[in-house]
Ligand binder design. Structure first.
Ligand SMILES: Cc1cc2nc3c(=O)[nH]c(=O)nc-3n(C[C@H](O)[C@H](O)[C@H](O)COP(=O)(O)O)c2cc1C
Length: 155
């Protein structure tokens, strides 16, 4: 299966998860392409616009996996604006998010719920979502491993 990992990451956490996920999917026999959404500078919370340095081409994939993170208990603003800008597209998607707190409901759950709604609004069928708690540090890698297992299990 050709899978597009479409990621927005400001400090690198979501990107590091995406790279590990890409490795697992490749080991599982898929062609996994990682494409990062980049903006000119950090898009501040509350912004209505964002200057995107690239808009990944979403065509040609059997599955899209979107990765982003939580800011102020919601989906980070650049990703929200990104979803508003993309064209309608049919197909399948999975969404995941990283967030700082040790409990999913402290931002992560709301973030993936919003990502799922954004995907569905554009015509994508969402197979599932996953949240990675970035703290405590002692559990971080186990949390990442669980999310990768969860996502790989949906494919
Ligand atoms: C301005 C700001 C607000 C944040 N708000 C939350 C929050 O409400 N809940 C949470 O769990 N993490 C919050 N975080 C932490 C990030 O979601 C977390 O560090 C994430 O892994 C960053 O992903 P990235 O490195 O891919 O950009 C916030 C971070 C920033 C910079």
């Amino acid at each position: 299966m050709k899978i597009g990992l479409i990621i927005h990451s400001v400090t690198g956490n979501t990107l590091s998860v995406a790279k590990q996920l890409q490795k697992r999917l490749t080991e599982n026999g898929h062609e996994a392409v990682l494409d990062e959404i980049k903006t000119e500078g950090k898009v501040e919370f509350g912004s209505k616009e964002a200057k995107f340095l690239n808009m990944p081409d979403l065509s040609g994939y059997d599955l899209l996996i979107f990765g982003s993170h939580t800011e102020a208990f919601q989906l980070e603003i650049a990703m929200k604006i990104y979803f508003e800008k993309i064209e309608r597209i049919e197909g399948k998607a999975i969404c995941f998010a990283t967030h700082q707190f040790p409990f999913k409901w402290l931002g992560g759950t709301g973030t993936v719920k919003k990502m799922k709604a954004c995907c569905e609004e554009k015509g994508l069928k969402v197979l599932g979502t996953s949240v990675i708690n970035w703290s405590p540090e002692s559990k971080r890698q186990a949390n990442i491993d669980n999310a990768i297992k969860e996502i790989a299990g949906l494919i």
